[in-house]
Ligand binder design. Structure first.
Ligand code: FE2
Ligand code: FE2
Length: 365
């Protein structure tokens, strides 16, 4: 009997393709020698029978401040939107994946609306981030961009947009927080007062289950969410708190791709039936969590944190008979690590602890 492969789910087989290999080679300028390369891939393919090929764009985490306060994030969001507009005819649609604003301020959201209006060459879909939501509990967001979750079918793929920020337990009423204080806690990376705010909640979980119920089990499903649908790092809410139930709901479906923002960094994770692809922010790259990154992640090095275009950008996806393929439109592509020990991600197998560069340079006493 033939041995079952680790990611063989019977109908949809996850595999590294030559095209993906070449793509990653190009990203690193061809300097990809040495062992460990395959363990650092950020993209993989899933064989499936799509009814037609198509591409789409993802942009998220623009974190716009009012123009009067800070324009460096506006500048970078503008660059991404301009590039998408110029490439618009290559895409069937684009997704804005949340955290358009920094503090949920109506001025910030309106600025985002105005900037996004400059994109006219491609259809836009929206899901919210926590920075858009907790000042007024999503009122302005929903008015501007419509409610979520939502779903549609496109060329043989069921496409779902979740709201992973709008169903937090109420951490604020008993503490008598003002809307601004609530927003302040929710926008903090390690929000100790905010608790595990990210999740689908019972009602949306039921909605997801129903949304998939008439879909053939081995046909492709793409799910967009602001936060990842697995536990990257709960301490920073790099997860949905009810991810176990999400995985139970998704378990019968053999070909699921979750594309998420929020983490502001490339991340790649797989389970038997699903893959999870973390996207860049246009605003800034977060550091990797202290527990490291998923084993299949191709990490970034941070060559120059002083360069505002370092480690940021947007993403494109090609959906073909061969699968879903991700390309990071990172404006400084050389920040990808080419070997495990370059990653600096903090996990033991992925970092040289000593001597660090600083240790080598510092010879005085
Ligand atoms: Fe963000
Ligand atoms: Fe976020």
């Amino acid at each position: 009997m033939q041995k079952k492969q680790p990611h063989d789910n019977g109908g949809s087989r996850i595999e590294i393709s030559r095209r993906t290999f070449l793509h990653n080679t190009l990203l690193t300028g061809g300097a990809v020698a040495g062992a460990g390369l395959f363990q650092t891939f950020t993209t993989m393919n899933v064989a499936h029978a799509a009814a037609g090929s198509f591409s789409f764009a993802w942009v998220s985490d623009t974190h716009l401040y009012p123009k009067t306060l800070n324009t460096r994030f506006i500048e970078k969001a503008g660059r991404a939107f301009k590039e998408i507009e110029e490439m618009g005819s290559s895409f069937d649609f684009m997704i804005f994946g949340g955290d358009l604003a920094q503090k949920g301020d109506p001025v910030e959201l309106q600025l985002g609306v105005d900037m996004l209006a400059e994109i006219t060459s491609v259809k836009k879909h929206f899901i919210p981030g926590e920075h858009d939501w907790y000042l007024d509990m999503g009122e302005a967001w929903n008015r501007h961009f419509g409610e979520s979750p939502w779903m549609f079918d496109h060329k043989g793929v069921r496409i779902i947009g979740l709201n992973t920020v709008g169903f937090a337990p109420d951490y604020w009423t008993a503490k008598g927080m003002s809307p601004k204080e609530r927003m302040g806690h929710m926008e903090a990376l390690d929000g100790s007062q905010a608790g595990p705010w990210s999740g689908l909640g019972r009602e949306q979980m039921q909605w997801l289950s129903t949304a998939l119920s008439d879909w053939p089990k081995n046909e492709p499903v793409i799910i967009f969410s602001h936060t990842p649908l697995y536990e990257v790092y709960p301490g920073w809410n790099f997860w949905v708190r009810d991810w176990r139930q999400v995985h139970e709901v998704l378990a019968p479906y053999g070909n699921v791709t979750n594309i998420h923002g929020h983490v502001h960094q490339p991340l790649y994770h797989e389970t038997d039936n699903a893959r999870f692809i973390g996207q860049l922010a246009t605003s800034w790259p977060w550091p990797y969590p202290p527990t490291g990154v998923p084993a299949l992640t191709r990490p970034m090095i941070r060559v120059d944190p002083g360069d505002i275009f370092d480690g940021v950008g947007w993403g494109t996806f090609d959906v073909t008979d061969a699968g879903v393929e991700n390309e990071y439109k990172m404006w400084r592509k050389e920040v990808f690590a080419v070997a495990q020990h370059d990653s600096g991600t903090g996990d033991n197998g992925n970092q040289i602890l000593t001597p660090r560069i600083a240790d080598r340079d510092w010879t005085g006493n």
